[in-house]
Design a protein. Structure first.
Length: 283
């Protein structure tokens, strides 16, 4: 399982296989232990931590790519909740200022996370477990470099929120005109669906072009993001969002009194509201 380089030679399975160039230092000796490839299968971070936690008469330093990946993953996961929380709060606040509703931003966040789950499932199913790896021309390694899902989350979430803003802006505009949620949803989809579909198709093709290269990182980014865009622009925006809004009815536009006044003063609008709209929404 291990190869040991000592001042007296190189050892494997208890037998000396070659001389070593490791010198004595100050009356002490340095031992370099290199695990065999079989020892690196499975949970590599747990393997690294197990070595670091081993009690030994001298300090045990772990280096190389497995240790670097373990430390990078630990640092990344430590700060990840703050980054995700900042993104969710910022998008929630912008959607509230646009719609004046608490339910619609929350609904948009849930639907965006649902579309992102498709992307993460694709990463695991294709690039970690190896399904369709022959078609894509890649070799599964049993793990995913931790920075890739974070980058894909930022890209895909931003694109999904763009489609959300397009559709909700049209629905909100129509609701302010007619005051009927069902009619506003139907008109909003009719007016925004062609734009969303065209933009999604162009972006999906652009990202899929990454899959034709030989770099696995770009393949993961291209396939995962393209799939997320297509699912988000079809199943999420054209089916789940309208159905959820029609079921919620007037609750879509609800907000407590202080927040309604905040939206009335700082809300994002494409044009000034009429007195009828203000009476209907903020009474």
């Amino acid at each position: 399982m291990f190869q040991v380089d000592a001042p007296t030679g190189r050892y494997r399975d208890g037998r000396r296989t070659a001389p070593s160039g490791i010198p004595h230092r100050d009356g002490g000796a340095r031992l370099a232990v290199v695990p065999a490839q079989a020892a690196m299968y499975g949970d590599v971070p747990a393997f690294v931590e197990r070595i670091r936690d081993t009690r030994a008469p001298a300090p045990a330093l772990v280096g190389g790519y497995p240790a670097e990946t373990t430390d990078f993953r630990a640092t990344l996961l430590e700060r990840l909740p703050y980054a995700v929380g900042l993104i969710l709060l910022a998008t929630f606040g912008v959607l509230f200022l646009m719609t004046g509703s608490l339910l619609l931003p929350a609904k948009a966040t849930v639907l965006n996370l649902l579309s992102l789950s498709v992307m993460f499932g694709c990463l695991v199913w294709v690039f970690q477990e190896g399904h369709l790896s022959g078609l894509l021309g890649c070799t599964p390694t049993g793990s995913i470099e931790p920075s890739i899902p974070v980058l894909m989350f930022c890209v895909a979430y931003g694109l999904s929120m763009d489609y959300e803003v397009f559709m909700l802006a049209r629905i909100k505009e129509e609701y302010e005109r007619v005051g009927d949620t069902e009619a506003a949803v139907a008109a909003g989809i009719r007016r925004s669906a062609p734009l969303i579909t065209a933009a999604a198709g162009i972006l999906a093709l652009a990202f899929l072009s990454y899959a034709t290269g030989g770099v696995v990182f770009l393949k993961e980014l291209g396939v995962g993001t393209a799939l997320t865009i297509l699912v988000d622009a079809t199943l999420i925006r054209v089916v789940l969002l309208p159905v959820a809004m029609r079921l919620a009815g007037r609750a879509n536009w609800w907000a407590p009194g202080p927040l309604r006044r905040l939206h009335r003063r700082f809300g994002l609008r494409e044009e000034a509201p009429t007195p009828e709209v203000l009476q209907r929404e903020y009474a």
